[in-house]
Design a protein around this ligand. Structure first.
Ligand code: GUN
Length: 288
């Protein structure tokens, strides 16, 4: 039987509507809108699209969203000075520095400079540490989106076997922590895992976040498993054009899984929705 398609676009609309209501309540209580500042350094075309979408989405839910675009030649000290200025601004609740940064800039140094209370990406080591310690504060957006999609799938996580393919700080590690917090038995697999297919076939919940187009094939999927595909890979479509595919061979996996996220329209839209939610969360924590 074909899998149920977990519609991230539609679910993201629901989350945005929740945030919109929350923003209205925040404004009524504190007399100001939550503020999100997005910083883009350089002219990477994909990053330009992502950051414009983030600014637009924040304004659509009633936040004070602003995009700062700096040239690729900007010295690291100037980027750090902007982050410091935003840290010190009381009307700013969330700061997001779009990655990747130009090679001349030390990414870790810039991310570490963001006030952890305004770190709506959840990338600061303080927030990563709190999540690992089971005391989550600001949690990375994509993993939060994955968990909400699993809630939509109504898959019982307690005692379930979860396999996360990918060990990045942005997705793999934090999503594994969130699954663990829900009492799943979690394995983190990656590109060096021996017999990856056999490991994946153990999974009731399979999260693919490895950044390799269609690495996870149909025969990696246990019948009835729920598959969350975090990958966004641009590949040759064979007709002189390109197309987006996930880390999962969708057509094959959809034959075997009970539920699966499409690419595009699965996890992607959820990331921005949870960026908005994180900004509201940060605003409340700062205003309290
Ligand atoms: N680049 C690609 N995804 C992300 C993200 O979630 N946050 C930031 N800051 N940069 C990214």
């Amino acid at each position: 039987m074909a899998a149920r398609i977990l519609d991230g676009k539609k679910l993201a609309e629901t989350v945005r509507a929740e945030v919109r209501e929350g923003v209205a309540a925040f404004k009524a209580k504190y007399g100001r809108a939550p503020g999100l500042e997005v910083v883009l350094v350089g002219d990477d075309p994909a990053s330009q699209v992502y950051t414009r979408n983030k600014e637009k989405a924040s304004n659509e839910v009633g936040m004070q969203g602003r995009l700062h675009v700096l040239p690729a030649s900007t010295p690291e000290d100037e980027v750090l000075a902007l982050v410091e200025r935003l840290n010190a601004d009381d009307n700013v609740d969330g700061i997001l520095v779009q990655l990747p940064l130009p090679k001349s800039i030390n990414e870790q140094r810039v991310l570490d400079a963001v006030d952890p209370a305004k770190d709506v990406d959840g990338f600061h080591p303080v927030n990563a540490g709190l999540l690992a310690a089971g005391r989550p504060r600001l949690v990375p957006c994509t993993p939060l989106g994955c968990m909400r999609l699993l809630a939509l799938a109504e898959v019982p996580l307690k005692g379930a076997r979860a396999v996360v393919v990918g060990r990045s700080n942005i997705v793999g590690k934090p999503v594994a922590q969130l699954l663990l917090a829900e009492h799943a038995t979690v394995t983190i697999a990656h590109s060096r895992t021996k017999d990856l297919a056999a490991v994946c076939r153990e999974a009731d919940v399979l999260v693919a976040a490895v950044g390799k187009a269609e690495l996870v094939r149909g025969d990696f999927v246990k019948p009835g498993a729920v598959v969350i595909d975090v990958g966004i890979n641009r590949v040759d479509a064979g007709n002189g054009k390109t197309k987006l595919v996930g880390d999962v061979a969708y057509a094959e996996a959809a034959e075997i899984a009970s539920a699966i996220t499409p690419v595009p329209g699965g996890v992607g839209p959820m990331t921005i929705a949870y960026l908005l939610q994180n900004t509201l969360t940060a605003a409340h924590a700062r205003a309290a």
